[in-house]
Design a protein around this ligand. Structure first.
Ligand SMILES: [Zn+2]
Ligand SMILES: [Zn+2]
Length: 110
């Protein structure tokens, strides 16, 4: 059962410091709702996730952000994270799916 306060993850772009994405995890009627306003999605109503994934999202919210925790929470690329830099970039700096240092993102929403 959800018992912790709402969790928000907001990474900043390593280049321009803009917020790359917003991840909100809230407990709602005994379930966990995950809302990701990332590079590929916006205004999503969110999805209900399992306790197990909620625990992984909670772990990913710990600062400093860590690539392994983001990856296991399934948030890495949607949040603008380049696993090879490793750093976050906003949509402006992921130019056509390439990070500023020339790494190609595997998601294809460009
Ligand atoms: Zn940027
Ligand atoms: Zn990169």
């Amino acid at each position: 059962m959800p018992s912790t306060p709402p969790i928000r993850i907001q990474p900043h772009c390593s280049v321009c410091d803009a917020i790359t994405s917003t991840v909100d995890l809230t407990g709602e009627e005994g379930r966990w709702r995950l809302v990701v306003a990332g590079l590929s999605r916006s205004d999503s109503p969110g999805t209900f996730i399992t306790d197990e994934r909620a625990a992984r999202v909670t772990a990913a919210a710990e600062i400093p952000y860590d690539e392994d925790r983001f990856w296991s929470a399934g948030l890495d690329e949607d949040c603008g994270y380049c696993i090879r830099c490793p750093a976050f970039y906003c949509k402006d700096h992921w130019k056509n799916g390439w990070c500023p240092r020339g790494h190609l993102m595997s998601l294809s929403f460009w």
